[in-house]
Design a protein around this ligand. Structure first.
Ligand code: DGT
Ligand code: CA
Ligand code: ZN
Length: 577
């Protein structure tokens, strides 16, 4: 049987049940049973196998009833007991759990005492000072909650690129079934591959007589939840995913200008218009004009050409020097997805991943890669079932065996080694020397000063067995800012020490940030575009990492995993031999 949910998803449902039970004021033992089970399950390396053998009950912390629940979740993807709880608690009440500082007990009080059933109502109550006198709250808590609601809103207004890109591509492929549509593209920040986006901007060209039909088709697509605005040339809808999408329709001769305008960024547009004015030209979303005369362009490339400059790839359009570079014909040839020869940094079921080493390796082979570096967690990461020395040796034996069977494909032995609070590493050098390459990352003690955190990371990179610094800032997009870090100093140290820096391509991270990538490559630091995949599907995330790299002006030569396995091995060895 293939599980419908992975262990993270199952644990998330159990955690949510614990929260719901506590909000409902149920037996604390029942609450704790769900919390414990969630924690235990997250750490199990072989959940699927245990369930298949009906052996989950033998695991400490899992009772008979809980084992049944987990089995049902695996087999069906849902659980009646969970559904029943959801019916008892209004969605807005549960949503309040997302506000830091607001736990289940507080939510229960707010709901029971003040009848608050949404984040909006909670905010209103705070501004009316209603929480100041409430038992278990007080003035300070009230202020905290207000601040945290503001931050929650700020995050919620934007979306991860992965969610938006998938939704936008589905809309484009639906629209593309209409034969009356001549051209159709994604524009806006999504086309520029910003790390998060406010909305989806789509552009279509078609003859005027077809506009109505196209708009009717667009607003009645199954993924549309509500229509914000419907007009003949512009409509806005909200998708069921909560992302809002704009569609603009123009005639085909105006298409390149509207596409360019809506791709932005606003700052790029303003600067480009400025440049056009110097040539006696005017650009707008409607066209390129010399006086009253319109200068036709077939596509964006021709538009840039008529402005006397090189084509500027969308990712660079942030008014960060791209216009000057295009005028001087110095736009670099940016890295492309096809340039990646190997995958570095994936987790397997040896630590907190879902798939086996062999499954991950075969998935990479099918996708045309030449090598895969397995980087499971190290022993300090107990929550993620990190590997100790003994398990490392066992894992290496398995990799050696697979390598003889899968050749010429190559599995590299790697580890995502925790950086301890003082900047030392989770393993001594004798063990680090067993690996082909070592990634080091921070996963604990985020509450350091900038100075301390920076020193901690630099100290870790000084170890000669370190090959790559993983997700340098530790940020989680739309959820958590990174620890304060002097990124310039870290980059300068990486350059001096010959350590590569990861562009963690997981859409929740995209860390190193693109704004710093450019500084890194200027300093000669190699970047590594890594999916940090915890399951096969995660491998595709490298696409987002490539987008971020392109935004950072990164070329093929700057990226470690555009090299052959042998070259990557040499890079790692050169640091300590
Ligand atoms: P977002 O949606 O916040 O992630 O970022 P964008 O860049 O997609 O922004 P959006 O959706 O508000 O507008 C799409 C594009 O339209 C934007 O990149 C450039 C263009 N645009 C919007 N407002 C202005 C403006 O006031 N002046 C100029 N020149 N262009 C604008
Ligand atoms: Ca947008
Ligand atoms: Zn990590």
């Amino acid at each position: 049987m293939k599980s419908k949910l992975d262990k993270k998803q199952i644990a998330a449902i159990l955690k949510e049940m614990a929260v719901l039970l506590e909000i409902l004021g149920e037996n604390p033992f029942k609450v704790r049973a769900h919390e414990n089970a969630a924690r235990v399950i997250e750490g199990l390396p072989n959940l699927e196998e245990l369930v298949a053998r009906d052996a989950l009950i033998s695991v400490k912390g899992i009772g008979e009833a809980m084992a049944k629940k987990v089995k049902t979740l695996m087999e069906t993807g849902e659980l009646p007991a969970h559904q029943r709880l959801l019916e008892k608690v209004p969605p807005g009440v549960l949503e309040m759990i997302k506000i830091p500082g607001v736990g289940p007990k507080k939510i229960r009080t707010l709901w029971q005492e003040l009848n608050i059933i949404s984040v909006d109502e909670l905010e209103e109550a705070c501004s009316k000072n209603l929480l100041a006198e409430l038992k278990g709250f007080g003035k300070k808590t009230q202020e905290n909650i207000l601040r945290n609601i503001a931050q929650y809103r700020r995050f919620r207004e934007r979306h991860l690129i992965s969610d938006a890109l998938q939704a936008a591509r589905e809309l484009v492929s639906a629209l593309s079934t209409l034969s009356v549509i001549e051209r159709c593209d994604i524009a806006g920040s999504l086309r520029r591959r910003k790390e998060t986006v406010k909305d989806i901007d789509l552009v279509v060209s078609a003859a005027p007589e077809h506009r109505n039909d196209i708009m009717n088709f667009f607003v009645s697509l199954p993924e549309v939840d509500s229509i914000t605005m419907k007009g003949e040339t512009k409509s806005t809808v909200v998708l069921t995913s909560g992302i809002s999408a704009d569609l603009r329709i123009v005639s085909d001769d105006q298409y390149p200008f509207l596409l360019h305008h809506l791709t932005g960024s606003k700052e790029h547009n303003v600067a480009l218009r400025q440049h056009a004015l110097q040539l006696g030209l005017k650009i707008s979303e409607y066209g390129l004009f010399k006086g009253e005369e319109m200068l036709p362009c077939n596509d964006e490339a021709e538009l840039f050409q008529k402005l006397g400059m090189q084509y500027i790839p969308p990712e660079l359009r942030e008014n960060m020097g791209e216009i000057e570079a295009a005028l001087a014909h110095r736009i670099p040839k940016l890295i492309e997805l096809e340039d990646l020869l190997g995958i570095i940094h994936v987790h397997t079921n040896w630590s907190d991943g879902v798939n086996t080493i062999e499954e991950m390796a075969r998935a990479c082979m099918e996708r045309g890669y030449q090598y895969l570096a397995i980087s499971d967690h190290s022993q300090a990461a107990t929550y993620a079932n990190g590997l100790n020395e003994e398990r490392i040796r066992q894992q290496h034996a398995e990799i050696d065996d697979l390598n003889t069977r899968l050749t010429p494909f190559r599995i590299l032995k790697s580890i995502e080694c925790d950086i301890m609070a003082d900047g030392s590493l989770d393993f001594p050098d004798e063990i680090l020397s067993l690996f082909d390459l070592v990634i080091v990352s921070v996963h604990s003690r985020f509450n350091m000063s900038e100075e301390e955190a920076t020193q901690r990371i630099i100290r870790a990179m000084e170890n000669p067995f370190v090959t790559i610094l993983g997700h340098p800032t530790g940020r989680l997009l739309l959820a958590r800012d990174g620890y304060p870090l002097n990124q310039s100093k870290v980059i300068e140290a990486a350059a001096r020490l010959g350590v590569a820096i990861e562009i963690n391509a997981n859409p929740h991270r995209l860390d190193l940030d693109w704004r710093m990538c450019r500084y890194a490559i200027q300093k000669g630091v190699k970047l590594s575009i890594n999916p940090d995949a915890h399951r096969i599907e995660g491998l595709k995330d490298v696409e987002y990492g490539v987008g971020i790299a392109r935004k950072g002006w990164v070329e093929k030569k700057d990226v470690l995993n555009t090299w052959s396995a042998e070259e990557v091995l040499n890079f790692a060895r050169n640091r300590h031999s």
